[in-house]
Design a protein around this ligand. Structure first.
Ligand code: LLP
Length: 448
């Protein structure tokens, strides 16, 4: 059975001090309250209101560099392709582009966002289990660097499009290695019961088929076994070893393999998980693929962006029930869906210095959405929080805004990028006009 993503285990929750100490871009200033880099979060709330997403440019840069360094120190020829689904904000993508990152995209929208952020088409990989002919045509027209094919059926469609346009497109075959990464079942992707990739046993035949199709240039293999993997490196090692064996087998058949796309998936510590380090991941890649003289690609999303963002919210009110105290926030599951979807644990901190040291008692932290699953935390040790008090939900830089919706007709929250003592609004709060726009009421719905 898959383990819960971040189970509220028997260990006590980390304290406010521990949560801050483990996040280098956050500091509790005794006067200004919680700082994002050097910017007081109260200033951001005053400028853009709440809820609002706040990202640390420095953290995005540092984590990208750390991962790149780990891969280089393992002696790998490796390129980072940021998984855009984790955070498609144009300022975030532009910052990562300036760091030399390519991108992993899964839709026309992500492809357009990536191009708008200045990432060269040649540095973009197109993944995904259901790319439409329209999306494939656009990718070809843009001159995409690589398309990761998930089935022979998809290869045939792409071949038809490429041939009709007179193009030759570099493709990799996504292999499903049937490895259990022991993460939440909803984000496990590399088991044979999952919809992703071609079963490894069928891969030699499929790769040979790709090589025979007009318009396709097979350049290698791709794998992605799951997300928020915190069970060490064993699953990565097993997957990369299997891929390495497959590379040898394909080459023995005279098929060229120049690249292996190792996917993403490295977990982060939301609560007290102890995921493998970037260096350990690099070691697992080297162990499985290091001898093969292949270019390595890595597609991290969460590891780079997760710890670099938070969701800033205000308390609407506290509500004392018979059994529980509810802290109702102005952010909801429509903003941060992860707790509702995966029972994910996100750290919650008050922003005011007085709240940081005040006595705490258990509270359920909930949003305003009309669903019981709109619950961010149960039995969380928090001080009394009057209406208007600010709190932050930590580690929301990945799969935060990208999974937001307007459920309950709630506009999308703004995004703010901080660097040092400055900050910029990198996406405005959605207005109510925008929320209602594009809808039409035909005259015949109202006959009276
Ligand atoms: N490459 C491929 C082909 C993927 O499907 C994914 C994520 C990644 C890379 C990036 O994985 P990461 O490094 O971020 O783990 N919404 C879920 C996570 C879904 C991940 C889907 N695929 C969550 O909030 O936990």
């Amino acid at each position: 059975m898959a383990l819960a993503l971040s189970p509220a285990g028997p260990t006590p929750d980390p304290t406010f001090q521990e949560l801050v100490a483990a996040r280098p871009w956050l500091m509790m200033d005794p006067l200004a309250g919680l700082l994002a880099e050097e910017v007081p979060l109260v200033r951001i709330a005053a400028a853009v209101g709440t809820p609002a997403w706040v990202y640390s440019a420095t953290t995005l840069r540092e984590r990208t560099r750390e991962l790149r360094r780990a891969l280089a120190e393992a002696g790998l020829r490796a390129k980072l392709h940021f998984a855009v689904k984790a955070n498609p904000n144009l300022a975030v993508l532009s910052l990562l582009a300036a760091e030399g990152c390519g991108a992993d995209v899964v839709s026309e929208g992500e492809l357009r966002a990536t191009r708008a952020a200045g990432i060269p088409a040649g540095d973009i990989v197109f993944s995904g289990v259901g790319k439409t002919p329209r999306e494939l045509t656009l990718a070809l027209a843009e001159g995409i660097g690589q398309i990761n094919l998930e089935s022979v059926e998809e290869a045939e469609v792409l071949s038809g499009i490429a041939a009709s346009l007179g193009r030759q497109v570099p493709v990799a075959l996504r292999v499903n290695p049937d490895v259990d990464p022991r993460t939440h079942a909803k984000i496990t992707t590399g088991r044979s019961e999952n919809k992703f990739g071609v079963d490894i046993a069928l891969a030699p035949e499929a790769y040979a088929k790709l090589a025979s199709l007009p318009g396709l240039t097979p350049v290698g293999l791709a794998v992605h076994i799951g997300s928020q993997i915190t069970s060490g490196v064993a699953a990565f090692q097993a997957a990369y070893r299997r891929l390495g064996e497959l590379v040898v087998l394909l080459r023995a058949k005279g098929l060229p393999v120049q690249r292996v796309d190792c996917g993403g998936g490295l977990g982060i510590s939301y609560r007290d998980e102890a995921p493998a380090s970037a260096a350990a991941l690099a070691g697992a890649i080297r162990a499985g693929l290091g001898r093969l003289d292949v270019e390595i690609m890595v597609e991290p999303g969460r590891w780079i962006a997760g710890p670099a963002g938070l969701l800033l919210a205000a308390v609407v009110l506290q509500k004392q029930g018979l059994q529980r105290r509810f802290v109702v926030l102005d952010a909801g599951m429509n903003d941060l869906a992860r707790p509702a979807m995966y029972d994910a644990w996100h750290g919650i901190l008050p922003v005011a210095p007085s709240h940081f040291t005040a006595p705490v008692s258990p509270a359920d932290v909930v949003g305003p959405v009309c669903e019981s699953s709109d619950t961010f935390a149960r039995n969380r040790a928090l001080p009394q929080l009057a209406p208007g008090s600010l709190v932050v939900l930590l580690d929301a830089g990945a799969y935060g805004v990208s999974m937001s919706s307007t459920y309950n007709a709630r506009p999308l929250a703004p995004e703010v990028l901080v660097e040092g003592a400055r900050f910029a609004v990198v996406r405005e709060r959605q207005g109510y006009d925008a929320l209602l726009s594009g809808q039409h009421v035909p005259p015949w719905v109202n006959r009276s």
